[in-house]
Design a protein around this ligand. Sequence first.
Ligand SMILES: Cc1cc2nc3c(=O)[nH]c(=O)nc-3n(C[C@H](O)[C@H](O)[C@H](O)COP(=O)(O)OP(=O)(O)OC[C@H]3O[C@@H](n4cnc5c(N)ncnc54)[C@H](O)[C@@H]3O)c2cc1C
Length: 448
Amino acid sequence: MTYDVHIIGGGLAGSEAAWQLARRGFKVRLSEMRGTGERSPAHQGDGLAELVCSNSFRSDDHEKNAVGLLHEEMRRCDSLIMSAAGKAQVPAGSALAVDRDVFSAEVEARLAALPNLDIVRERIDVLPEAGTTIVATGPLTAEALAHSIGAATGADSLAFFDAIAPIVYRDTIDMDVCWMASRWDKGETKDYINCPMDKDQYLAFHQALLDGEKTAFKEWEANTPYFDGCMPIEVMAERGVETLRFGPMKPVGLDNPHWATEEHPKGRWAYAVVQLRQDNKLGTLWNMVGFQTKLKHAEQVRLFRTIPGLENAEFARLGGLHRNTFLNSPVLLDRQLRLKSAPHVRFAGQITGCEGYVESAAVGMMAGLMTATELAGREWQAPPRTTALGALLSHITGDAEADSYQPMNVNFGLFPPLHEVKKKQRKEAYTERAKEDIAPWLASLSPA
Ligand SMILES: Cc1cc2nc3c(=O)[nH]c(=O)nc-3n(C[C@H](O)[C@H](O)[C@H](O)COP(=O)(O)OP(=O)(O)OC[C@H]3O[C@@H](n4cnc5c(N)ncnc54)[C@H](O)[C@@H]3O)c2cc1C
């Protein structure tokens, strides 16, 4: 079969791009290296759209949160990733969290049902010299292709670290010590397992993190920065004794019923809390929220078993650390995510420098829509900057003005941290305006 588009990489972005194109009638080849015996250091299976770390798509609140707004806009574009997430949803308060296996299987099944899409298990080592191509190989692009991209761009790619959080078997958590609750009782159910620490336990744990044996840095790694949203707990611990208590171990809004008294019948707040969030639909696996780490594996087991309630914890997966690569998009790509030096090649997903599952999928979706518009001989209109999609795209391509990306309260490196954005500006940005502005843009898309 001859193809209209070759998509390289069947992760979140590549799967979404393939969906947008194939359901518009274009012939698509989707090349995914997993399934050939090859995997990135973070992927664990061979399914399309595998979530490599947390199982959360973050806030689903489209009234108050920019990521929630992005969810909403993607749903309006008939996003495969959002609809599969809906099918695979597990309880997580106001966040959208999924069973990763159900999610990946749903994405794969929906794509496999499209007659004009071929999913081919193959590793691509060289950037195609001709033909409409979308590269969505992610932050862990296989080495040969990464070199080929490097040769084509002539520019150094940037590198940073990401770390993976551990996953615990539910039946090894001591619920006589831990309890189920959502912070401030948000959400209809009590979605998190909470492990309480008193002050002495917290201080001892903090010290142990500082003393714990870590994976050694190689020379080239020493100056590579972390993205803030994926900072390992031991690095956070190094920033100060209170940092974790204001981060992943925040105790506020969590009444511990095991510590109830006559004066506090609902329970009292602990000095610090470790939270676990459901990771699979069955509820047998729970991940330690914000506990990404580069501690050595044996050290993780020893140290995490000192957390109250996790004394007998068995780990389905331990934390890890990886070096990621992404393009200098504002310099190398045009406003339609095409490589300036080879415009038949478009990039999508985290390799463009965006960060997060939802953002990667959103960029994949837009790359698919751009390609569909181009192939249909129509003129592409960018989504307005007042929308979450427009803000994301503007920022990736370096077209952002100060206020255009403020609604994006994503806490990863390329976006301003939440605390730097004034509440009032955020609220203004989340108004109905974005939802009104997206409507004419949706009408401009090439028909499905
Ligand atoms: C370790 C780690 C942890 C992360 N944790 C989180 C998190 O908790 N929450 C969050 O929101 N985001 C997280 N991210 C960030 C990001 O959102 C994810 O990496 C996301 O999966 C990116 O989507 P993508 O489609 O761009 O890439 P991926 O989902 O990685 O997909 C790329 C695909 O391309 C394939 N591939 C690579 N090279 C080739 C080749 N040469 N030929 C063929 N196929 C190839 C890969 O096998 C993979 O399936 C994490 C990233 C990493 C690396």
